[in-house]
Ligand binder design. Structure first.
Ligand code: ATP
Length: 199
């Protein structure tokens, strides 16, 4: 699986639509201070479902929408799409190319899309689970991340290996199944109470 391109519109400093193509090999993004290099990484993190405005270097989520300049009005929404080549079938979806989109309006309304169809964030999380490219994956190594990994607790480091070995998905399903079991247990207790009241 390979990141083919990123489309950014109205996100942070990118008022106009920008398409960034990542061809084979290493791609380097260069530019003067404040020109928006880190905003590209923020855009990738954001489309993968980042929920923390602080991680995206803002105070509130609305700060990701182009805020305007002296010569240009602010925009009302931000939209980012990632296009992934799934030729190797690593993503459990029957498409050779997968497009993940996130859109956020100033009103607070937001939507996620998979290949242009509205979906839940959960669908995106599940699609990317165990691939390393999810928002908590290890494929985005920001400034200070290496140090954070080296100094983090053993349990935190373990989660990186769990993602790499593909067991995150099973752990998450186990937690969901345990929740369902607990709900069923509570329902059974309630039913038994009703039965004993009726007897
Ligand atoms: P450096 O090399 O110093 O790390 P950089 O190239 O990584 O810089 P970024 O941090 O990506 O630069 O971009 C910062 C710029 O983005 C600032 O000029 C800031 O005003 C602009 N910016 C951030 N959020 C918004 C927004 N919502 N609307 C418009 N511009 C924004």
């Amino acid at each position: 699986m390979q990141l083919k391109s990123v489309e950014i519109k109205g996100f942070k400093s990118f008022a106009d639509k920008v398409d960034l193509d990542f061809t084979h090999g290493i791609t380097a993004i260069v530019g003067p201070n404040g020109s928006g290099k880190s905003n590209i990484v923020d855009a990738i993190r954001w489309v993968l479902g980042e929920q923390s405005a602080k991680t995206l270097r803002g105070a509130k989520m609305e700060d990701v929408i182009f805020a305007g300049t002296e010569n240009r009005k602010q925009l009302n929404y931000a939209e980012v799409s990632l296009i992934l080549d799934n030729g190797d079938g690593l993503l459990p979806i029957e498409y050779n190319e997968v497009k993940i989109t996130r859109r956020l309006y100033r009103s607070g309304e937001s939507e996620y899309m998979l290949n242009n169809s509205i979906c839940r964030l959960k669908d995106i999380y599940e699609l990317l689970m165990d691939t390393g490219i999810g928002v908590d994956g290890y494929s985005i190594i920001g400034q200070g991340k290496v140090e954070e990994i080296l100094s983090s607790k053993a349990e935190d480091r373990r989660s990186i290996f769990e993602e790499a070995t593909g067991i995150t998905k099973f752990k998450s399903r186990k937690i969901e199944a345990e929740k369902k079991l607990e709900n069923t247990r509570q329902n059974l207790i309630r039913i038994n109470d009703i039965i004993s009241e009726l007897e």
